[in-house]
Design a protein around this ligand. Sequence first.
Ligand code: LMR
Length: 328
Amino acid sequence: VIAFQSFSPGKKLSIDDEQQGLNDQVIIKFSHVVAENTPKGLAAKRFAGLVEKYTEHKVRVEVYPNQSLYSDGEEIEALQRNEVQMIAPAASKITELSPKWLLLDLPYIFPNHEALKYALTGEIGTELLSSLEEEDIKGLSFWSNHFKQITSNSPIRHPSDFKGKNFRIMKSRVLEEQFSHFGATTSATAFNDTFKNLEKNEMDSQENTITNINSKKLYQVQKYMTISDHGYLGYAVLVNKRFWDSLPGDIKEDIEKAMAETTDWLWEKSQEMNTQQMEEIKSNSRIQIYTLTNAEKRAWMREMTVIYGQFEPSIGKELMEKAQVIRQ
Ligand code: LMR
């Protein structure tokens, strides 16, 4: 656990004191796997700036993007060992640790950002975050990205078009079933291997948000994109619990304030970025984009939601019911 030495409030620091103060700075290593020009990448940097400001440099957040410290498969364990103090994995990547999180992967579980925000800032979010405490992890917030779209090397307009395809997915039983139910195979691989794997034809399809597709240029190795909004990709900001508990109350408050501000900013910003980067994809690539009609979307919804039932024992009946109430 990183040692923390507090400063006397209001004390005027001499140059030597200031140097000493900087030496005593608490460092939070924040590791993530996406590029900087993405909702999570920008949020992490913004959060780092706000923490330094509110704590008057008593805490410094070092952000490590693009899997430069740990890949998806490693970062949760690195957090538990306190090798990094903060991570923001996609909800799917938490599902092995706490199966309740499978809820957020269910296709079409929340129809829009308002419903998502309501769920994640309310009882559902609280229950999901507190399920991690027994794993020595404290959940601080939910950061938004956007709904996922499908890319492939042949057109996909109907769930039956998934048949025979091999999808790169994040490791999650729901995501596996979402595709295998329609006769596709799946490979759960690290996000930063996706371009390479698609390029080498080790898989021919994937699902992700527009900002992730754009920042990793997946449009260069995929021919078709279907705007389906069939599933949500968002993050939980997690901190090592023992590290968190070791911080003084006022520092925790400053960090929570920085987190709340960043989270609010990101709800708007992530939507704006996904819209704007869609235009970048259109102008920078020849990928053929098809947007499902409302009728087609309803058909996808009807066919995909049949998988819900088999995950109820893992997610829990009560949580499923709470989600269904918001969904309707
Ligand atoms: C993915 O693996 O596709 C995403 O989780 C990447 C991310 O963190 O947005």
